[in-house]
Design a protein around this ligand. Structure first.
Ligand code: CAA
Length: 297
């Protein structure tokens, strides 16, 4: 289908959690008018405070001009009202929990609330947009736009085209990522885990296997990956950063898809998942963040 896409000026980010608040702030820093929404008042307040402290810290450290910080702050509004947040959006980036039913419900609502020209993108790490696009009357304007954690720092953005996605949609989303100072890559076809999570999963699976076999401690496996391969952090530190709950969900999703027992979450992951040790956000995962010098067992 041929259609023209309006230039994106207003962005709505749905979900102000781990990813959403940093995506919203990245967009505000790039000059977009951003409205960030969440159902949780507490999550929104935390995101609002983070925006203040992050911008103030960057100004104090000479990384950002005072005027740029002021204008980024003025560009971003946090609201619990989805109608207010999405009513005038040119692009919506959904960054809620990795729950297909929830995403479908949100996209159905967004389709009613947003102007007809608006593009609806999901930041999901593994749910392809073809599972969601049918909930809208505008599947050609739906795609994946996948950021990495921490979104203010990580440069890569995966733009994934589904069979329903118009080329103009993917191009508009790619251009937004570029304006945000990111490095976009476009996947021409959907595949579970996209590019990065497939590669990360391969490293993670091997690291968990080595740990489960008692070959080395998680600290030593991390050290090997950092000091021999030059990764900025090892697979266990990274699991703690992105969330063990998310890694568990991704593994279970893949296992359901493939039926291959090798894709099941490993015992070391399941143990921590069940104990609620979901990584940095819970104070403990593979490492203990409540006592930073003492690694968790
Ligand atoms: N939020 C915002 N900014 C942060 C941050 C955070 N949580 N953590 C670090 N930073 C910033 C710091 O402020 C600092 O900025 P400046 O250079 O401008 O001062 C910069 O990042 C570097 O930070 P540090 O010096 O404190 O620490 P570091 O050099 O170890 O970098 C890191 C931290 C950026 C997280 C780095 O360790 C890294 O790149 N790790 C790998 C992260 C990664 O692989 N992410 C992908 C995860 S996979 C994923 O996201 C998949 C998914 O689907 C969810």
């Amino acid at each position: 289908m041929i259609f023209s896409v309006r230039p994106v000026e207003r962005i709505c980010v749905v979900g102000a959690g781990n990813m959403g608040h940093q995506i919203a702030l990245s967009a505000a820093l790039a000059g977009y008018r951003v409205k960030c929404t969440d159902v949780s008042r507490e999550v929104l307040e935390r995101a609002d405070q983070f925006a203040d402290s992050y911008l103030a810290d960057r100004v104090a450290r000479g990384k950002l001009a005072e005027e740029a910080a002021r204008s980024a702050r003025a560009n971003i509004l946090f609201t619990r009202d989805l109608n207010e947040a999405a009513g005038d959006a040119d692009l919506v980036i959904e960054a809620v929990l990795e729950n297909l039913e929830l995403k479908i419900q949100i996209f159905r609502q967004l389709d009613e609330i947003c102007p007809p020209h608006a593009i609806l993108a999901t930041n999901s790490s593994y749910i392809v947009s073809s599972r969601i696009a049918g909930a809208t009357g505008r599947p050609e304007k739906v795609c994946n736009m996948h950021f990495f954690n921490p979104a203010l720092v990580m440069k890569l953005v995966e733009v994934v085209k589904g069979p329903h996605t118009a080329g103009e949609t993917a191009e508009a989303v790619r251009a937004v990522a570029e304006k945000m100072g990111k490095i976009p890559v476009v996947l021409q076809k959907e595949i579970y885990g996209f590019l990065v999570n497939r590669i990360v999963s391969a490293v993670r699976r091997e690291a968990l296997y080595l740990l489960d076999m008692g070959i080395a401690s998680h600290e030593d496996i991390d050290s090997a990956v950092v000091h021999a391969l030059g990764h900025p952090m090892g697979p266990f530190r990274l699991l703690d950063l992105v969330g063990i709950d998310l890694a568990y969900d991704i593994s279970m999703g893949l296992y359901r898809e493939t039926g291959d027992p090798a894709d099941k979450p490993s015992p070391a992951l399941v143990e921590r998942y069940v104990r609620g040790e979901w990584g940095k956000k819970k104070g403990k995962g593979f490492y203990d963040y409540r006592a930073p010098d003492r690694p968790a067992g």
